[in-house]
Design a protein around this ligand. Structure first.
Ligand SMILES: C[S@@+](CC[C@H](N)C(=O)[O-])C[C@H]1O[C@@H](n2cnc3c(N)ncnc32)[C@H](O)[C@@H]1O
Length: 194
């Protein structure tokens, strides 16, 4: 990653933390991913070389920039989904600043809708970072749209373990997947579809 992009990501993350500290309402915060988890995601993308990547929960594009940079290296495509229009526009502006706007298709939509519209086995890599209570409902679709050999990464499984109990139970009880927990940042669950 070039020094300019590193500096931009550091600035975005710092600004995000400062912004969030002034927002009593959780939903108003940007809630950017921890840099160490973002670096793990980028490394996984480069190592596994998935061709079609899906991000659910863009916010202002911090994790999207990490994913887009990795996708560019391996010649992959990335779709990132955000339900709030204003955040999509912030992400778009940040992707332009990063020189990565051509690398990403930003969609202002509900993650559930995008999953329902996706073809079977369409995605080889899915990063799930939206509203946790909805994840249980996403699970059947995630299993349908994740390609064999594809990887699903879910953030916050340690920081919000209680909220994700039901989802984790579904993953554990599912045939045809293997999981591992990376205790990085807020805790990232890696789910590999066999
Ligand atoms: C934790 S933040 C994502 C942070 C982002 N991945 C990053 O690292 O910068 C969650 C985002 O998901 C969005 N979101 C919540 N529910 C959603 C849904 N049903 N579909 C799409 N986006 C959703 C929120 O508006 C919020 O911007």
């Amino acid at each position: 990653m070039d020094a300019e992009l590193v500096a931009l990501l550091e600035a975005l993350h710092r600004e995000g933390r400062e912004f969030d500290a002034g927002q009593p309402d959780r939903l108003s915060r940007r809630r950017n991913l921890e840099p160490e988890t973002a670096a793990l995601l980028a490394l996984l993308v480069e190592a596994l070389a998935p061709q079609h990547l899906l991000e659910l929960g863009t916010s202002n594009g911090y994790s999207t920039i990490w994913l887009a940079d990795a996708a560019r290296r391996i010649g992959a495509s990335l779709v990132s989904v955000e339900i709030e229009r204003q955040r999509v526009e912030q992400a778009r502006a940040n992707l332009v600043r990063a020189g990565l706007s051509d690398q990403v298709q930003l969609r202002c939509a509900d993650a559930a809708e995008v999953l329902a519209q996706s073809q079977d086995a369409q995605w080889q890599f899915v990063f799930l970072d939206a509203e946790r209570p909805a994840y249980v409902g996403y699970w059947p679709q995630l299993m349908r749209v994740l390609a064999p050999g594809g990887l699903l990464v879910v953030d916050n499984v340690i920081s919000h373990a209680d909220e994700l109990q039901g989802f984790r139970a579904l993953v554990s009880g599912q045939d045809g997947v293997r999981e591992a927990l990376a205790p990085t940042g807020a805790g990232a669950l890696l789910v590999l579809r066999s």
